[in-house]
Design a protein around this ligand. Structure first.
Ligand SMILES: NC(=O)C1=CN([C@@H]2O[C@H](COP(=O)(O)OP(=O)(O)OC[C@H]3O[C@@H](n4cnc5c(N)ncnc54)[C@H](O)[C@@H]3O)[C@@H](O)[C@H]2O)C=CC1
Ligand SMILES: O=C([O-])CC(=O)C(=O)O
Length: 336
């Protein structure tokens, strides 16, 4: 009996994923970069992608010509620097890894002066050309750029908070992988929820909610939390001036975009953390927050509360909310 119903569930799931029933037009802005290139490759492999438009101020037509030879269903087109509007025409999902990355000694916030205007200008184009698109922001500092994009859409009169996302998936990927290194569990089916924001101590991994994670205590726990919060620095230092995480970020970006595409296609129960306009800590003046979000045809279908957390996590959350508030205000100030 059990075997038969389990088999049915698996075959239903297969039928769902192989049909890729609803396909979506995706545009990548910043497709020529360290993240943009492997991300474009991974999006080419996603069966839910119908048209894949690749745009950058440098090199996108070359990347597109290359990726377009891969024998999957989507049509790939590259757009040169002066073809932004054309790249956005008909876009339903826009993924943005455009902008500068960190060098050793810099914080994500140090990227603000360059990336805030990059993001403002790209968001303005999206609001004008494809105002109903879901906007996925990878560019740092995510905590400040999501508020900037939101204001740009608001000013253009097309704001739908359900469609603007800060991509914090790399924090989930790292927390899950690093926990596996400590406990030896299989990371495949044991994701760790990470809430808050995407930089340093605004990143709050909720190990207490993981059956493997809750067993980790003391110094090992402290080190694990620190590694998740500062995993980005680990890569920046190792790359020694050549940039920050690109390959793991492309994986994480494609994972999040893929989840959204499945939600758009009507799959139920697609839930993952992402940084969105959120009511959860509005009473403390924090308008955007990453927590588990159910994704669907409208983008954000449901924002899940943080749920029960440990005393240590309560402390981490307090610190995160203070940092987030400042990051969000900085974004607003820039755009006012
Ligand atoms: N959310 C996250 O978890 C992560 C975010 N990042 C961020 O992603 C961003 C990109 O990083 P990388 O790909 O390593 O940098 P990169 O320098 O290798 O690539 C950036 C690309 O953006 C393009 N670009 C710059 N201005 C543009 C514009 N106005 N329109 C279109 N394209 C434009 C550049 O030509 C370049 O090809 C950085 O801000 C980095 O901090 C990086 C890792 C993780
Ligand atoms: O650390 C950086 O600058 C890039 C990033 O956001 C990450 O790797 O998490």
């Amino acid at each position: 009996m059990y075997a038969r119903s389990a088999a049915r569930t698996v075959s239903q799931a297969r039928a769902f994923s192989s049909s890729a029933s609803r396909q979506t037009n995706v545009t990548v802005l910043g497709a020529g970069g360290g993240i943009g290139q492997p991300l474009s490759l991974l999006m080419k492999l996603d069966p839910h992608v119908k048209k894949l438009n690749l745009y950058d101020i440098r090199g996108a037509p070359g990347v597109a010509a290359d990726v377009s030879h891969i024998d999957t269903g989507s049509e790939v087109t590259g757009f040169a620097a002066d073809k932004l509007d054309e790249a956005l025409d008909g876009a339903e999902v826009v993924v943005v890894p455009a902008g500068v990355p960190r060098k050793p000694g810099m914080t994500r916030d140090d990227l603000f002066s360059t990336n805030a205007s990059v993001l403002r200008d790209l968001a303005s184009a999206v609001a004008r050309v494809s105002p109903k698109a879901h906007l996925l922001i990878i560019t740092n500092p995510v905590n400040s750029l999501v508020p900037i994009a939101s204001r740009v859409f608001e000013k253009a009169g097309v704001y739908d908070p359900k469609r603007i996302f800060g991509v914090s998936t790399l924090d989930v990927v790292r927390a899950t992988r690093f926990l596996a290194s400590v406990t030896g569990n299989d990371p495949k089916n044991t994701p760790v929820t990470v809430v808050g924001g995407h930089s340093g101590d605004t990143i709050v991994p909720l190990f207490s909610q993981s059956s493997y994670g809750k067993a980790v205590t003391g110094e090992v726990y402290k080190k694990l939390v620190h590694r998740v919060q500062f995993g980005g620095d680990e890569v920046v230092q190792a790359k020694a001036g050549a940039g920050s995480a690109t390959l793991s970020m492309a994986f994480a970006g494609a994972k999040f975009a893929g989840a959204l595409l499945r939600g758009i296609a009507g799959e139920k129960g697609v839930i993952t953390p992402t940084f969105v306009r959120s009511p959860l800590y509005l009473d403390q003046g924090v308008e955007y927050f990453a927590s588990n979000v159910e994704l669907g045809p409208n983008g954000v279908e449901k924002i899940h509360p943080v749920g029960p957390i440990s005393a240590e996590e309560e402390e981490l959350l307090k610190v995160a909310l203070t940092g987030l508030k400042q990051n969000i205000e900085k974004g607003y100030k820039f755009i006012e």
